[in-house]
Ligand binder design. Structure first.
Ligand SMILES: [Zn+2]
Length: 214
């Protein structure tokens, strides 16, 4: 959902290219399908789909290790949830920066959200400030910037912004555990459902009916 709103903003303001990374996460096939459909809808022609083998081999997350169950949502606290994929966004951004250098792109959009989110350390503003220093120091021209337009927004504000922009929410996928219909009970589903509810909007995704939940 956050990536989709970012992609919509990028495609509105720039000649955008889109990067997708599969990393052995449970819902990778569904997410890849969403990526292609969202690019089609937004008219983004230039696409790169990459596979990261390291994150799944390293494991340590409920998203990449089948032996760690995806938990039902719990109140957001100070603990980093087991769905955190260790240092994942650094891998994503490294690929994006390499590609940006080759394309001659000057901005990299990422849908990191700090408030209302799961508390992942690689979604904090300080992380992106530090990452941008690495990018300036480590690239040929030093003129590429990672931008996080949603980082300070509440999830309901992101829904409202997406609706204003015509972001294709119907094509997105947020569920951590299922690919056919969203489970409705994982952290990602619960945050998403609450965001739509708080925004007074209907979530277009199919959810598992409550009676079918075991
Ligand atoms: Zn879910």
């Amino acid at each position: 959902m956050d990536s989709c709103v970012c992609a919509t903003l990028a495609a509105r303001d720039h000649n955008a290219a889109a990067l997708h990374i599969s990393y052995g996460q449970r819902t990778e096939a569904r997410e890849r399908q969403s990526f292609e459909r969202i690019c089609d809808r937004l008219g983004i022609q230039q696409r790169l789909a990459v596979r990261n083998e390291a994150l799944k081999m390293i494991g340590g997350s409920a998203l990449t290790d089948r032996n760690i169950a995806v938990p039902e949502s719990h109140p957001i606290g100070h603990d980093i949830p087991v769905t955190y994929v260790p240092f994942r966004n650094a891998h994503f951004l490294a690929v994006a920066v390499s590609w940006a250098e080759v394309l001659g792109a000057s901005k990299i959009y990422i849908g990191a959200v700090e408030q209302d989110s799961s508390g992942y350390p690689d979604c904090r503003p300080a992380y992106y400030q530090a990452y941008n220093q690495v990018v300036r120091a480590g690239t040929k021209e030093g003129d590429i910037e990672v931008v996080t337009p949603l980082i300070a927004m509440r999830k309901s504000e992101i829904v409202r912004l997406g609706l204003e922009l015509g972001a294709p929410f119907d094509l997105t996928w947020s569920c951590y555990s299922r690919e056919d219909r969203a489970c409705g009970v994982c952290d990602s589903c619960v945050l998403r459902l609450k965001a739509f509810q708080d925004a007074g909007a209907a979530d277009p995704l199919p959810y598992v009916p409550v009676v079918e939940k075991v």
